[in-house]
Write a protein that binds this ligand. Structure first.
Ligand SMILES: Cc1ncc(COP(=O)(O)O)c(C=O)c1O
Ligand SMILES: [Zn+2]
Length: 413
């Protein structure tokens, strides 16, 4: 493998071999994958990518999985849509939507899970597990089925039915916990010690899993003709995706696919009912105070985000902002995106578009910037959120008279 990887502690910088490790033995800091960028830069990367598969695996030189035995349901290669009508509503002249609703299980989690399970299989794990707010559960269950692995997924018991059934259908053992995501996550950390032979994708395999989110940045740059946008807006739950989107743009500059010194403003989006990172940003403090989530954006309901501090740091250093929107603003944003662009997002997408609107109205996004908003999950998974807001125009008898009576004032040539 040209860009031979190692793991490095994000706190003290110690190096480790690329094995099933996730915390530093010395300082308990989280580990991350580092590559030999000088070796990777020597490859004809652009050609290798452009001749690669139509999935995240076209960027395999910058992903931590050797060989070609990937667990691949076709994650990634999603459309980057020029959003002229939404842009006009928000006063943004060069707005784009990265439509990650169109992944195999309908969310960006397919990117991280495809990487995590490929690595897990390579490391010899037979069981895939996760702590999930819903989308990760869908994706782990589907990829495990495809790979012939057993899946055990842990979720808070109050998730949307689309998320629960959309996981169980793949044959996973779905364990619903009487508690919130932070309780689920704590239990999974304990279970990781009890069952070291299980690959908990966002616990003991997290180092590899997180790398999958870089492909969002890679795709956006490639789709813009190997140019970086000025500004991106990313939803925050644990904060992992946001930090890796940043890492993705930086890596492209390191290997020569973007100009040296490229900088992209990264802004974050949360729901006010679970906004520990937005609150720290707005209060201008580095301390992220854990909260008890209460929001319809259940996929983002992590009250004690593992990568919260790192996300905050990335946003501050890049010159972006973080803000939060109410449940009503989330629903309004889902409907606005659907009705201006024909893209149906789940609540996390409502958080992103609602926050985008808020940042634009506060003048924190320049109207002339090239902005990409990451819409990361499909609306069919969270129908509950909009069921009181949109519906049939009229219920009529199957006659012309009834149609004219109930819809007369809506009939135009
Ligand atoms: C649809 C969707 N978008 C964004 C996120 C945020 O991901 P992260 O935990 O990496 O911040 C999640 C997390 O579950 C999600 O389900
Ligand atoms: Zn360390």
């Amino acid at each position: 493998m040209p860009g031979l990887q190692q793991l490095r502690c994000r706190e003290c910088g110690r190096h480790y071999p690329a094995e099933a490790l996730y915390v530093c033995d010395f300082c308990f800091g989280p580990l991350e994958v580092v590559y030999d960028y000088d070796e990777i830069a020597k490859l004809d990367l652009k050609t290798r990518i452009e001749n690669g598969p139509h999935s995240i695996w076209r960027y395999s030189d910058l992903l931590p999985v050797e060989g070609t035995s990937q667990v691949d349901l076709g994650a990634g290669y999603t459309p980057l849509v020029r959003a002229e009508r939404l842009g006009a509503e928000l006063g943004l002249k060069d707005l784009w939507i990265k439509n990650d609703t169109l992944n195999p299980t309908g969310s960006f989690k397919d990117r991280v899970v495809s990487v995590a399970l490929s690595k897990a299989r390579q490391l010899g794990f037979k069981v895939a597990a996760c702590a999930s707010t819903g989308n990760l559960a869908n994706s782990v269950a589907a990829h495990a089925a495809h790979a012939g692995m057993r899946a055990v997924v842990f979720i808070p018991k109050d998730l949307e039915s689309g998320k629960i059934l959309g996981t169980a259908v793949f044959g996973a053992d779905v364990v619903a916990i009487d508690g919130n995501y932070d309780d689920v996550n704590r239990l999974c950390s304990e279970l990781t010690s009890e069952h070291p032979s299980w690959a908990f994708v966002n616990v003991n395999i997290r180092t590899y899993y997180a790398e999958g989110s870089k492909t969002l940045a890679f795709e956006v740059a490639e789709q813009l003709g190997w140019k970086a946008p000025d500004h991106v807006v990313v939803p925050i739950a644990s904060g992992s995706q946001l930090t890796k989107v940043h890492k993705g743009f930086q890596e492209l500059a390191k290997v020569g696919l973007l100009p040296e010194g490229t900088s992209v403003k990264i802004s974050g989006a949360q729901a006010t009912g679970c906004s520990p990172v937005a609150t720290a940003f707005l209060d201008k403090t580095d301390y992220i105070r854990p909260v008890k989530p209460k929001t319809i954006a259940k996929s983002l309901a992590i009250g004690n985000p593992a990568d919260g501090w790192y996300a905050l740091d990335v946003v501050q250093k890049s010159g972006g902002s973080i803000d939060a929107v109410t449940d009503q603003e989330i629903v309004d944003a889902i409907v606005l995106l659907a009705q201006t662009e024909g893209i149906f997002a789940e609540t996390a997408g409502g958080v992103t578009i609602g926050t985008l609107a808020k940042l634009a109205s506060k003048g924190l996004i320049d109207p002339n910037e090239k902005v990409v908003a990451f819409v990361t999950g499909h609306g069919l998974k969270t129908l509950e959120a909009i069921s009181g807001s949109v519906g049939v125009a009229a219920t009529i008898a199957p006659t012309l008279e009834s149609f004219a009576e109930k819809m007369g004032d809506r009939i135009e040539e």
